[in-house]
Design a protein around this ligand. Structure first.
Ligand SMILES: Cc1cc2nc3c(=O)[nH]c(=O)nc-3n(C[C@H](O)[C@H](O)[C@H](O)COP(=O)(O)OP(=O)(O)OC[C@H]3O[C@@H](n4cnc5c(N)ncnc54)[C@H](O)[C@@H]3O)c2cc1C
Length: 443
């Protein structure tokens, strides 16, 4: 039986990154992916005749590791994305739209207009309360991150006298709008930690909308590079168990019974998948008890096609106080083959996980009306993309449960956005975890 230097379970960004690094250093690599498309949460596919993706993604200008990997495989980020310098917040019941600039260098006037303007929704007092809230948050993030993780965002905002308006129109878009959790369930550590890396790299801050489906744009070119270096990628290959010997982990067994051996196995599955595999051999191993306690959380999106665009431009938009956590028109960026396309991430995801598709559509159309959007008239097609265990839970007190990539079991390494790295559940976090996993083998 052929022995690989490394078997990587999962072809998300974490697994693909580890594979690139290992192939580059001449290691023989086999990547096993249970789905029929590669890319994991950064994938896109044809769902009964409609192109869909795991959910709309934004490339944040301060990311460093993801551009590094893309550059290695010959891609310049600027050719992948359409940059935005603003985000919109739609105000429930008022049909107003507040615009906030996010880029001090590429859109300084818009940034100033956002901070000094929008007075109809945020008074000077609200803005000052937000400044205090962010200052304290960043200081606590640096000085006592473990304590910050015990706070939820709503209570932390209350403690710093953030007004209800400021909570609704600034804090909720930045919490529920990004990780779909209402502020009372969102860890304050994650909230501030997500923005923290932007501070030293403020000059790069912009938001990029991808110019195509994610498998095509990200995963496939990376896979092509891996295969060019003699790495092997197999889809429809679900890993059922690890081969564990007295010396440690020595390979994997697929669902169809086939066995592959390797010096190292990088388990780069999502948290739910990783737990299932680890529990088979290591259910009582002390090293994994925290990981087993780390809960997963779902993600639900609705992706809709229209006869014409719903919004005048493709820009990240938030719908605080509704189920439409964040959404974007994508007909001029990601999915240009249709005249109108809206992708919406729903909050709270658990509520939508158990609803029928038609029920979700009706609920979304009704709530969209309150944001001044007509999602009925020109609708031609829609799909719900929902996954029950998409993320590790970003609720308070969970950060401490995230495992390191290094395990004390010979031959077994973990990777994935849920493992310890400073970028939480993001593409950047996944890539950083993949780099760390590969460096354990290479060093
Ligand atoms: C709706 C949505 C919106 C998002 N928006 C953004 C955004 O705007 N910006 C951003 O930076 N990030 C965003 N993210 C997060 C980002 O997509 C993830 O953090 C990142 O892609 C995770 O990569 P990963 O490799 O850690 O995990 P995954 O991509 O989940 O990869 C794990 C892989 O392992 C495979 N697998 C699992 N079990 C097995 C098994 N037994 N055998 C073989 N294979 C297995 C899975 O099929 C999967 O392909 C978003 C995610 C979602 C869902």
């Amino acid at each position: 039986m052929e022995q690989f230097d490394a078997i990587i379970v999962g072809s998300g960004l974490a697994g693909l990154t580890a594979a690139v690094e290992l192939c580059d250093r001449g290691k023989s690599v086999l990547v096993l992916e249970k789905e029929k498309v590669i890319g994991g949460r950064t994938s896109s596919w044809d769902e009964d005749g409609m192109l869909v993706e795991s959910g709309f993604h934004r490339h944040i200008g301060y990311y460093k590791a993801l551009p590094y990997i893309l550059k290695k495989v010959g891609i310049n980020v600027d050719s992948l994305v359409q940059w935005e310098e603003n985000v919109d917040v739609r105000i429930k019941g008022k049909r107003d739209v507040a615009t906030f600039g996010v880029s001090p260098i590429f859109g300084p006037i818009d940034l100033l207009k956002g901070v000094l303007g929008n007075n109809e929704i945020l008074s000077l007092k609200d803005k000052l309360s937000l400044m205090r809230f962010f200052m304290s948050g960043f200081i606590d993030y640096l000085s006592k991150p473990h304590i910050l993780d015990q706070w939820n965002v709503r209570d932390y905002a209350k403690k710093h006298h953030v007004s209800e308006d400021a909570l609704h129109y600034a804090v909720i878009p930045l919490s529920a709008g990004i990780f779909f959790l209402p502020p009372e369930r969102y860890s304050a550590k994650v909230f501030f930690g997500l923005f923290f890396p932007a501070i030293p790299r403020f000059y790069r801050m912009r938001i990029g909308a991808y110019l195509g489906g994610m498998t095509e744009l990200l995963a496939r070119p990376i896979a092509h590079y891996i295969e060019g270096k003699k790495g092997i990628i197999q889809t429809n290959a679900k890993v059922h168990n690890l081969i564990v010997e007295s010396t440690g982990v020595r390979g994997v067994i697929l669902e169809d019974g086939s066995r592959y051996e390797a010096k190292h196995v990088i388990l780069a599955a999502d948290l739910g998948g990783a737990k299932k595999i680890l529990k088979k051999n290591f259910s009582s191993h002390p090293l994994f008890q925290s990981l087993f306690q780390l809960p997963t959380m779902p993600a639900v999106t609705i992706q809709m096609e229209f006869l014409k665009p719903v919004l005048p431009y493709d820009r990240t938009t938030f719908g605080p106080l509704t189920s439409l956590a964040s959404f974007a028109e994508q007909s001029r960026s990601t999915f240009t083959h249709v005249p109108g396309r809206l992708s919406i991430i729903l909050t709270p995801p658990e509520k939508f996980l158990v609803m029928e598709k038609e029920e979700i559509l009706k609920q979304v159309q009704m709530e969209a009306k309150e944001l001044g959007l007509d999602l009925e008239t020109n609708l031609t097609n829609y799909r719900i993309v929902s996954r029950s265990e998409d993320f590790y839970s970003l609720e308070p007190n969970h950060d401490r449960l995230r495992p390191n990539q290094r395990t004390d079991i010979s031959g077994l390494i973990l990777a994935g956005d849920y493992t310890k790295q400073p970028y939480y559940a993001t593409m950047e976090g996944a890539v950083v975890s993949g780099l760390k996993a590969a460096s354990i083998i290479l060093n």
